[in-house]
Write a protein that binds this ligand. Structure first.
Ligand code: ZN
Length: 248
């Protein structure tokens, strides 16, 4: 089995990207990936647009032939009561399994008041919080997450892109220090991912594509550096299942 921890649906107004339901069906069939966790591409910062993309994800999860789970992405600067209501609706009513902060797109430093409110929501809803790292320094420097990690040791955190190619040493260092921190190293070069797994073992790293055209590239990285089937199983699906408590 293979599950992808970082999949997008919709239209992204920050990066001008698009990914449709049809493309997801086509590419996940083509590369024999069984599904994964789908989050919105960044919508316009309005509550209705945010609700609409969450509903679109929920509809796709229901009708697709693959196995998907939703991830919540709400601008942390929305009014706290609006953030709470939408996060709660997604997790409790729609069955979503995690929250996401994208510092570069949400203009949100991971140690800001509004970000800490998202940590509180992750704690209250008992779901992991994924935070984008890499592009968008200094907000997206993995070190920006330290303050929150220290105060929220019971919240599971996943660093998306594991700091990316430039900052993955910091992400690896933090994942060594914090038991509740996991890495998804999409876009990190194969040498960086190799060092990461050597230092952390295979239980803290999750296969993620972030983009359909990246699926074969990301899979090839792990087949190039890992030969043990247990390590491959951990990275390709077991870690995402346990971190996000997926029912498979
Ligand atoms: Zn992404």
């Amino acid at each position: 089995m293979i599950l992808d921890a970082h999949v997008h649906l919709g239209h992204d107004v920050v990066f001008d990207e698009d990914q449709s339901e049809e493309q997801l069906e086509e590419f996940y069939a083509k590369y024999q990936v069984d599904g994964g966790i789908i989050q919105p591409y960044i919508v316009r910062p309005y509550l209705e647009d945010t609700q609409a993309i969450h509903d679109r994800i929920a509809a796709f999860v229901k009708t697709s032939t693959k196995r998907w789970w939703g991830m919540v992405s709400i601008n942390p600067h929305f009014r706290p009561q609006d953030y709470e209501a939408e996060a709660q609706r997604c997790v409790k009513d729609l069955g979503f399994v995690g929250l996401k902060i994208t510092p570069i797109a949400h203009a949100c430093h991971p140690a800001s008041q509004d970000a800490l409110h998202v940590f509180e929501m992750a704690r209250a809803l008992s779901v992991p919080l994924m935070i984008h790292t890499g592009a968008g320094i200094p907000f997206s420097d993995p070190i920006s997450v330290v303050k929150a990690l220290e105060s929220f040791k019971d919240v599971v955190v996943v660093l998306a892109h594991a700091g990316s190619e430039m900052h993955n040493q910091q992400a690896t260092y933090l994942a060594e220090k914090f038991d509740n921190l996991y890495l998804e190293p999409s876009w990190v070069g194969v040498i960086g991912v190799g060092h990461m797994i050597k230092r952390l073992g295979s239980t803290k790293v999750m296969f993620s594509s972030d983009n359909i055209y990246q699926i074969p590239v990301e899979l090839a990285k792990y087949h190039s550096i890992l030969s043990d089937q247990n390590d491959l199983d951990n990275v390709l699906y077991k870690n995402v299942v346990s971190v996000y408590n997926l029912k498979i």
